[in-house]
Write a protein that binds this ligand. Structure first.
Ligand code: SAH
Ligand code: DHB
Ligand code: MG
Length: 222
């Protein structure tokens, strides 16, 4: 079994093959780091995967829960058609400002809207506005309410909507039964809800990389 160093080496190898992130993505990470944001953005390989999925789904309307510095948002928005739109939800107004700056510098300001506030409130507002259905949604904010995010996202979906959720394995902690960690129990509730939901065809995939052992859930609304 290859160790964590091997996982990081493979990510570095892949980044070498695909080329470094384009300058706007690198700049977004640099600005986030300078501003002291936590480095909990997706890896470049996972950003590339999100980009591919937007293209595969031919998504024109994408919802993101958890913007941080806009790194995953830029990966996804760059795959949108010119009239496409990404709505990204962020609780922290400082993070949202930094993300807006990076998205603007990436030339994507016309395609990305960042809404500041608690995600459950913003999701309720989107429902009230009739903002759905979205073609794709990426859940990547705080983990305790993940199951509630899933329900809200399904309400903003239509048949064929692709739902992705980050961090659903957490180093394998989800496999070890009841936990005292509310993050782990939140993710376990999410995974169980996804698996049991007859409206969804879903899969949870564990992943390794420079950021260790975690995973993503993928589901399509039937
Ligand atoms: N998708 C980003 C990473 C998101 S990190 C990327 O890959 O680049 C998770 C983000 O969710 C953080 O910015 C955090 O501030 C935000 N967040 C946490 N709880 C939230 C909540 N209740 N509502 C909205 N955003 C929240
Ligand atoms: C962590 C990682 C994430 O990708 C995330 O969205 C939130 C937290 C973490 O490693 O703590
Ligand atoms: Mg994440």
């Amino acid at each position: 079994m290859v160790g964590d160093d091997g996982f990081a080496a493979v990510d570095a190898y892949l980044d070498g093959l695909f080329g470094d992130d384009d300058p706007s993505l690198t700049a977004a990470l640099e600005r986030a780091e300078e501003a002291g944001l936590p480095a909990i953005n997706v890896s470049s390989s996972h950003g590339r995967l999100l980009h591919v999925l937007v293209l595969a789904r031919r998504a024109a309307r994408v919802l993101e829960i958890g913007t941080l510095g806009g790194y995953s948002a830029i990966w996804m928005a760059r795959a949108l058609p010119p009239d496409g739109r990404l709505v990204s939800l962020e609780r922290d107004p400082t993070y949202a400002e930094i993300a807006r700056g990076s998205i603007e510098r990436a030339g994507l300001a016309d395609r990305v809207e960042i809404r500041v506030g608690r995600a459950l409130d913003s999701l309720a507002n989107l429902e009230r506005e009739g903002a759905g259905p979205f073609d794709m949604a990426f859940i990547d904010a705080d983990k305790e309410p993940y199951a509630a995010y899933l329900q809200a996202v399904v309400r903003l979906s239509a048949p064929g909507t692709l739902i992705i959720a980050d961090n659903v394995v957490r180093g394998g902690a989800v496999a070890h039964g009841p936990s005292d960690d509310p993050v782990v129990t939140g993710i376990q509730r999410f995974n169980a809800a996804l698996a049991a939901d007859a409206r969804l065809a879903g899969a949870v995939i564990q992943m390794v990389g420079a950021k260790g052992h975690d995973g993503m859930a993928f589901a399509v609304v039937r």
